[in-house]
Write a protein that binds this ligand. Structure first.
Ligand code: AR6
Length: 170
């Protein structure tokens, strides 16, 4: 299986689970989180209220409600403070805990946005390396892993890093 890089709105993807780059409240926000809450409908906020929040690096799951996706995995990436406050480990944990929850719910296809690289300010290339590395580590457990990007620049970045890793592995 190959990791797919798709430039699209993650809310439209017909996969078993999409991952949301949420904040610790799980009550919605801007960016991809706002788009997911709008597309899933108000039932999502009602449901998430009962989840009681999510610490940075962890993940929680909800139904997809009005989305094509069956599940939404809400994870909280780190806010970038310069890199010496555990940001790389926390970003890695966000991906890893999302994969773990996906497996526990029988998810075979999953799509991730570029967690932490918008409002939370994580440098894009460093974040993409961690994202792709974690996707590679979980490739064998899924039928489909989508890296859902939102700009041509991010698409080119992900494709470059995938190609670099392929070259390093060869
Ligand atoms: N589909 C796919 N990717 C998207 C979409 C979309 N519909 N919309 C935005 N992106 P961000 P963060 C990309 O800021 O940095 C929220 O307010 C976007 O271009 O959504 O983890 C939360 O509530 C960027 O590449 O998430 C938190 O408070 C990526 O998604 C905070 O922002 C992540 O950008 C989380 O910040």
């Amino acid at each position: 299986m190959a990791i797919e890089v798709l430039k699209c709105d993650i809310t439209q993807l017909p996969v078993d689970a999409i991952v949301n780059a949420a904040n610790s409240s799980l009550m919605g926000g801007g960016g991809v989180d706002g788009a997911i809450h709008r597309a899933a409908g108000p039932e999502l906020k009602e449901y998430n209220r009962k989840l009681g929040g999510c610490p940075t690096g962890e993940a929680r799951i909800s139904p997809g409600f009005r989305l094509p996706a069956k599940w939404i995995i809400h994870t909280v990436g780190p806010v970038w403070h310069g890199g010496d406050r555990g940001e790389p480990e926390l970003l890695r944990a966000a991906y890893r805990n999302s994969f773990k929850l996906a497996r526990a719910h029988g998810v075979r296809s999953i799509a991730f946005p570029a967690i932490s690289t918008g409002a939370y300010g994580y440098p894009k290339a460093a974040a993409a390396r961690i994202a792709i590395d974690e996707m590679r580590r979980h490739e064998a457990d899924f039928d489909r892993i989508v890296a859902c990007v939102f700009s041509d620049a991010d698409k080119a970045l992900y494709e470059r890093i995938l190609a670099e890793q392929d070259a390093a592995d060869a």
